[in-house]
Design a protein around this ligand. Sequence first.
Ligand SMILES: [Zn+2]
Length: 146
Amino acid sequence: MGTILGVFGFTITHLIYLLSLMGIERYTSQNSPKIENQSHLERIVKIEIEKMGLKDKNIKVKLSNDRGIKSNATQFKDNHYEIILSPPHNDLGVLRHELYHIADGHFLTEKEIKEIGIFEGIIYKFGYIYYREPKAAIYAFKNLER
Ligand SMILES: [Zn+2]
């Protein structure tokens, strides 16, 4: 019985946590200025890169019209990144969120990806949900109105 209650309590807590995280991300996105086109995006990203001290990173940005693509950042080789923004999340808040993942070193290096074990891989995924994702969400949220 104790175990069932424990699992139930954990599930509820986890659900509340995930909903809060999604709520913060949604609120930030909805209250951020929209980025309307590619040249607008390139202008804005320059300012943000300067502010966040990311000038030594190679960051490509792309505005997509494909609603099927979720806005995201990927690392395609060490120190090279691509951020794609797509509607409805083509806004400054989401751009800052993705830049934060780069600035705070949330990507594994190519060497680390090759060498990661199953257990470390699981820990890394947990770290995304409970540490890296909320950090990025809070950064973007705190920078609203700036
Ligand atoms: Zn994120």
